[in-house]
Design a protein. Structure first.
Length: 140
């Protein structure tokens, strides 16, 4: 059993297959260069923090606690807010004060996010800057 490697006439025939090894090597080098040059994506939010030490507070700030119950009911300092327009009016009054109160948002663990997001959007819309979400330990 012998294998015929060449032609019987002794002449070399041209090779019809393309050599893809150098092409694959170049492709892999380009892929590695692309991976190295892509900037790292950070899942963070850049916040401009104040620089320096803040002046001491003369009086403790007024705190307004807005609670959102599991069914979407909103409470302003433990009093039920009957409608969204009433909440908007209270936020407008709080924003117009000379010293804005601190808004503490305390959502219930079972509340749908849309109710909490609506309150946060209303606070932002009225320009209240002292805003805190309280009770995050219940979600851990």
């Amino acid at each position: 059993m012998a294998m015929n490697v060449g032609s019987s006439t002794g002449e070399m025939e041209p090779m019809m297959d393309i050599n893809t090894t150098p092409l694959i090597d170049v492709m892999l080098v380009l892929l590695i260069m692309l991976i190295i040059t892509i900037p790292i994506q950070l899942h963070s939010v850049n916040i401009n923090m104040p620089i320096g030490t803040p002046p001491p507070q003369l009086a403790p700030p007024e705190i307004v606690e807005i609670a959102v119950d599991f069914d979407g009911t909103v409470y302003w300092n433990a009093q039920v807010v009957p409608s969204e327009s009433d909440l908007e009016q209270r936020l407008t009054n709080a924003a117009s004060e000379a010293v804005q109160p601190e808004i503490h948002l305390k959502p219930n663990k079972l509340v749908a996010y849309k109710y909490v997001a609506a309150v946060m959007a209303a606070v932002q819309r009225h320009g209240l800057t002292k805003f805190v979400i309280v009770g995050n330990e219940q979600f851990a």
